[in-house]
Design a protein around this ligand. Structure first.
Ligand code: ZN
Length: 221
């Protein structure tokens, strides 16, 4: 079956680029940077460092907020009833990842989960492109083109978590090993720049047109 393509957006348009590089988005990114610095400042305070539960809750909250905020920038800074689901999903994907600490420790106790010798599976950064490609193929084969945003959302959410953790332990690039701890400014710069890069990339390649073309290749229609 041929899919309708007339109304679909293909490639860059000037208005789209203006929307991405808007002053609203730049102001939002500035506040996101301030938010990261504030949360990391609190995380270093004696009270939080002495309280394991408090540290874990703050860490989870920070991961959630950063990913949600980054995706809001990708969406052009607007939060509507239509896209709030995507914004919450970005936060959930980024914050729920640490559940692998408990799975790896085979324990529900925070002390065990935070005392692992090796890093848990979902913290492997090379897993991100693999899962993103698999999700793109599934979306394509199933014809669910409304979800074309998902591989980008997933990649941004998980990478936001990995790059923040990487300031302590580096990026785990199995099978190539791990990088040294990432400098703090690299984490902040990545957090601020990646939403703009993702949005530009999506407007160039992640449009419904792109998904329809992939669908045609897969189904030979
Ligand atoms: Zn983590």
């Amino acid at each position: 079956m041929r899919l309708p393509i007339n109304n679909l957006n293909n490639g860059f348009s000037q208005s789209k680029i203006k929307e991405i590089l808007s002053s609203t988005n730049f102001i939002s990114a500035t506040f996101l940077g301030a938010f990261c610095l504030t949360c990391d400042h609190f995380a270093q305070s004696d009270f939080v460092r002495r309280n394991r539960v408090c540290a874990a809750l703050l860490d989870t909250f920070t991961h959630f907020m950063i990913a949600s905020w980054m995706w809001t920038i990708v969406l052009g800074g607007s939060i509507t009833s239509k896209n709030v689901f995507q914004i919450v999903l970005a936060g959930l994907l980024a914050s729920a990842m640490d559940i692998d600490h408990f799975i790896s420790a085979r324990s529900i106790h925070l002390k065990d989960a935070t005392s692992l010798q090796q890093r848990p599976l979902l913290h492997m950064t090379t897993l991100i492109p693999i899962l993103a490609i698999i999700s793109e193929i599934i979306i394509c084969i199933s014809g669910l083109h409304r979800l074309h945003f998902f591989p980008y959302l997933f990649t941004l959410s998980w990478f936001s978590h990995h790059i923040r953790d990487a300031t302590r332990r580096g990026l785990w690039l199995w099978p190539f090993g791990s990088t040294p701890p990432v400098p703090y400014f690299v984490y902040i710069a990545s957090t601020l720049v990646l939403p703009f890069g993702t949005s530009l990339l999506m407007s160039a390649t992640g449009s419904p047109m792109h998904a329809v073309q992939l669908h045609r290749v897969v189904h030979n229609v």
